[in-house]
Ligand binder design. Structure first.
Ligand SMILES: *Cc1c(COP(=O)(O)O)cnc(C)c1O
Length: 241
């Protein structure tokens, strides 16, 4: 295959994948009494080359997510980000915060007080308030990033006093589950926390976004209440590292 031909083929696949995913999102939203407009689709672009990210954007994707600061900053000059939001969704080290905060409109992976404090500090210097999600380690998996459940309350208390970080919701990556029921238990637990925290009306905490669901489980996540799904390989194909 010539390179041009394979590029075109991949672009057509991305377009078809997006159409299929949007239909499934609409179906899952309907099952939970909502419409497709109530669920935001994020295209997760880690390891994807700018040409294909731009193609997804041309197909109507308005939100992209990257995991790594360095990777995003190196691709950003080649992206057509007019009218497109970019969020950081991967584990963030405090020493990278300064570099990333000018370039993203949300950090979905806040999982420690130390990190929250550094985002607050760097955003204060820029005169900016950073919308954030707290990443919760819902199944207490040792290998995973995310905040342990028992640390959620103290972190929210501390965040309520920070003036350059605003909490807008929760994010999670559940464990791989063969049974749908078990998976949904995790998603429902997230939703319950999301609603409970929202009801408490804590200063500086405005629960609007429940970010859960990836390629393998976005339909279930939406049925359980997710309103933002993060989808990578089902849009762009398998990742080549
Ligand atoms: C890679 C990644 C995704 C998307 O994963 P897919 O299974 O390819 O859809 C979603 N969220 C986070 C945090 C990721 O790192």
């Amino acid at each position: 295959m010539t390179e041009k031909f394979s590029t075109t083929l991949r672009e057509q696949t991305i377009e078809a994948n997006l159409r299929f995913i949007r239909e499934r999102i609409a179906e899952a939203a309907a099952k939970s009494g909502r419409t497709a407009d109530d669920v935001r689709l994020m295209a997760v672009t880690k390891t994807v080359e700018p040409i294909f990210i731009n193609h997804a954007i041309a197909c109507g994707v308005g939100l992209i997510g990257e995991n790594k600061v360095q990777e995003f900053l190196s691709k950003q000059p080649f992206l057509n980000l007019d009218g497109v939001e970019a969020h950081l969704i991967g584990h963030l080290q405090t020493n990278k915060v300064r570099q990333i905060v000018p370039h993203v409109s949300m950090i979905q992976s806040v999982d420690s007080l130390k990190l929250a404090r550094e985002i607050d500090r760097q955003c204060e210097k820029l005169g900016k308030v950073m919308p954030c999600l707290i990443e919760v380690n819902i199944a207490k998996e040792e290998s995973k990033t995310g905040l342990p459940l028992e640390e959620l309350e103290p972190l929210l208390e501390a965040l309520s006093l920070m003036s350059h970080v605003r909490v807008e919701g929760l994010m999670t990556i559940p464990p791989i589950c063969d049974e749908k029921e078990k998976l949904c238990d995790y998603f429902y637990k997230m939703r319950e926390m999301f609603v409970d925290i929202g009801r408490k009306k804590i200063d500086n905490i405005n629960m609007q976004i429940l970010s859960m669901g990836m390629s393998s489980d976005y339909a279930e996540a939406i049925e359980c209440g997710a309103n933002l799904v993060r989808i990578g390989s089902s849009i762009f194909g398998p990742r080549l590292y």
